[in-house]
Write a protein that binds this ligand. Structure first.
Ligand code: F6R
Length: 271
């Protein structure tokens, strides 16, 4: 596991975007797993810049998003209203600014009439695409990945889940308050890739910023593997793992100096 500590959010975002861009350059038809939330916005902005200024080409890239609120969704590139779906977020923050093909974008369908059947199909679609090459992840305040809240099985697959009060609070601030939607009107369920689904990705890129998540970062990376911090399953992943943190998010790590040392040594030895 490579743990990279960057001075601030901007540097974290640049490093993360560079890792994604190098995946796209080395495998133009790669499959990316994507996340929403406040954390990846800077990474997406940097990818958009790379697309515009350096010609980073997404024309063959396929994407699978982690999650979606039940009852929410838009048809990409058709007119939409104040829907607070993750589909809308992705369209506005990334997809409409790059040359990705609409048919290559996959986001759980929050408006499905049969969520359980949909979840099965989503897993099959990921397999059919050849599996995820690089999965981008944020970290929830309670340690979740996707919407895999404390207590979710570490082997879980894409499924319909209930959200915790904390996640509703966190996401109310981020998504709903600005849209003048009452907290009581927020969806309480979501479709999410499972922890098992996420661990199937060939490589994982987790990004975290801010001192508010410092305790959770330490539990996730240096604590025991537990379903109470579902992202601690990162310690079980068998492929490439890169974690990019800003200084405040890394501030509670016991071995931060070691991680800095390892990064320096790897650069020095060209590894
Ligand atoms: C979003 C997702 C969530 C977020 C997490 C952190 O698709 O899967 O797990 O990554 O809740 O959200 P932010 O970045 O808003 O702090």
């Amino acid at each position: 596991m490579d743990i990279l500590i960057r001075e601030n959010y901007e540097q974290m975002s640049k490093s993360a975007a560079e890792i994604i861009a190098s995946c796209v350059r080395s495998k133009p038809n790669c499959v990316l797993g994507l996340a929403t939330g406040g954390t990846p916005i800077g990474t997406y902005q940097e990818l958009i810049r790379m697309h515009r200024e350096d010609g980073l080409d997404f024309s063959q890239v396929k994407t699978f998003n982690l999650d979606e609120y039940l009852g929410c969704g838009i048809e990409l590139d058709k007119p939409y209203n104040m829907d607070q779906s993750y589909a809308r977020f992705m369209y506005e923050e990334l997809f409409r600014h790059i040359n990705i093909k609409k048919e290559n974008i996959h986001i759980p369908d929050g408006k499905t009439k049969d969520p359980r059947e949909f979840c099965k199909r989503y897993e099959e679609e990921i397999k059919k695409a050849g599996g995820v090459d690089l999965q981008l992840l944020g970290l929830g305040a309670d340690g979740h990945w996707g919407f895999n809240e404390p207590g979710s099985s570490l082997g879980s697959r894409t499924s319909l889940v209930a959200l915790t009060a904390q996640t509703l609070d966190d996401n109310y601030e981020a998504f709903y308050k600005n849209a003048n939607i009452e907290r009581s009107q927020m969806p309480h369920f979501a479709i999410t890739m499972g922890i098992g689904t996420i661990l199937d990705a060939r490589s994982i890129l987790m990004i975290v910023n801010g001192s508010k998540k410092a305790d959770t970062v330490a539990k996730c990376l240096e604590g025991p593997v537990t379903s109470q911090i579902t992202s601690s399953a990162i310690q079980l992943h068998s492929g490439d793992i890169t974690v990019v943190l800003d200084e405040p998010a890394a501030s509670k790590l016991l071995h931060a100096d070691h991680y800095r040392h390892v990064e320096k040594m790897k650069l020095q030895y060209g590894l």
